[in-house]
Design a protein around this ligand. Structure first.
Ligand SMILES: Nc1ncnc2c1ncn2[C@@H]1O[C@H](COP(=O)(O)OP(=O)(O)OP(=O)(O)O)[C@@H](O)[C@H]1O
Ligand SMILES: [Mg+2]
Length: 378
């Protein structure tokens, strides 16, 4: 380490993978060309320089395939750079892909012992903490079952609970928190805030930009393996979204001229949920949902029993925006993603009704639609 204040120091680091020539599709071709130098060098990270100080909370952001997970693996030292150096200072723990370091035929409890011992805890230390680890994971009822029976969310609960209980100085976390349910995610982020405030170094890879902004003091944007921007999360995220919007628009325009792209849309009916039953005594009900599309011309059509509803209002949907910003960046207006309409239940006959939402091009092509059936009774 050059600077002892640093937890992580990366110097002029390049990582590449050898990949087989993509043109060789068949097994026969692969066998014929095996060992004849058909492998191509695929550069994943280019000349990265990075200092992360002790106690910093840093987010790595970037589109799929930009090199974020590879960078975390290099920090964890499960893979090594081809050029340059990656050094870390302090006890390090990481949550990478699900399952790394776990044995599926063994129980949750046994895996806590395996996993925590990899991080350097003695049997006695683990004995002292195991109750706390199990409690945090909320897996009490499943802890003596083999973990091959676990769901991915349960797996993550176990891995996270161990990782935060091994007294590491540096915590590296890849996306995996996203597989937890809302309750457990909230709990994980609360724990991470607590670790952050107690001076731990945290590096987190995430596509949840809201989380990045709230948890981290610094964000680093990796763009096609290059170090693109480093700074305050709000600023880095803003620039990142601008670039995605530009890339999306260019890619779609190019593919459209090639006849390879059709406009897309996604929409949803939040209320009424399928098969809901309303009493006329409730008088009115707000029906609502959301729609995203990359078509400038497409419009929303909401119909009740086949008849288009007038007076649909549009409103802000932050959650929808966050879920689709990468795929639809440059096409989304956060203020109008939601739609709603007040329905007068007393005007409806008793029995089943059908609410349909459609994302429709001017020529009548329906990009996406959804139907929910609901009933009205006295
Ligand atoms: N073992 C490997 N062999 C060959 N190529 C690899 C290997 N690991 C990663 N890559 C390539 O490296 C690039 C970066 O992958 P990486 O997993 O770091 O991306 P990422 O930024 O984490 O993306 P995501 O957001 O999808 O998780 C990708 O093009 C991927 O195909
Ligand atoms: Mg990744």
């Amino acid at each position: 380490m050059e600077n002892m204040e640093n937890a992580i120091e990366i110097r002029d680091m390049t990582k590449y993978f050898k990949v087989h020539n993509e043109k060789m599709h068949t097994l026969k071709e692969r066998i014929l060309y095996f060992g004849r130098g058909q492998a191509e060098i695929h550069r994943v990270l280019n000349h990265i320089n990075l200092d992360i100080k002790k106690g910093e909370t840093v987010a790595l952001i970037g589109t799929n395939g930009s090199g974020k997970s590879t960078l975390l693996k290099l920090m964890t030292k499960i893979i090594y750079p081809n050029e340059g150096t990656v050094e870390t200072n302090g006890k390090l723990t990481s949550l990478l892909e699900l399952g790394a370091g776990f044995h599926i035929e063994f129980s949750g409890r046994e895996n806590i012992y395996f996993n925590a011992s990899i991080f350097g805890l003695t049997r006695k230390e683990i004995d002292e903490r195991i109750d706390e680890i199990i409690e945090f994971s909320e897996l009490e009822d499943f802890i003596d079952q083999p973990i091959r029976t676990y769901s991915s969310g349960m797996y993550m609960r176990l891995a996270f609970s161990v990782a935060i209980n091994v007294d590491a100085d540096i915590l590296l976390i890849d996306e995996i928190l996203a597989v937890g349910d809302q309750h457990f995610q909230d709990k994980c982020y609360a724990k991470l805030r607590q670790l952050r405030d107690s001076g731990k170094t945290i590096v987190i890879v995430s596509h949840s930009l809201g989380v990045v902004q709230e948890l981290c003091r610094r964000a680093i944007w990796i763009y096609h393996g290059d170090f693109k921007l480093d700074g305050a999360p709000s600023y880095v995220i803003e620039e990142y979204l601008k670039q995605i919007a530009l890339d999306n628009q260019q890619r779609r325009a190019r593919n459209k001229t090639l006849g390879m792209y059709k406009n897309q849309g996604v929409l949803y009916i939040d209320t009424p949920v399928e098969s809901s039953i309303y009493r006329k005594a409730e008088k009115t009900k707000i029906f609502n949902g959301w729609m995203v599309t990359d078509s400038a011309m497409a419009r929303l059509r909401v119909s009740l029993d086949g008849k288009e509803l007038e007076g649909i209002t549009r409103h802000r949907r932050e959650d929808v925006y966050r879920a689709y910003y990468e795929q639809y960046a440059g096409f989304l207006d956060v203020d109008t993603l939601g739609w709603e309409k007040v329905i007068d239940l007393s005007q409806l006959d008793n029995g089943e009704h059908q609410l349909k939402a459609e994302c429709m091009e001017p020529n009548g092509t329906v990009l996406y639609s959804m139907v929910n059936i609901f009933s009205v009774i006295d």
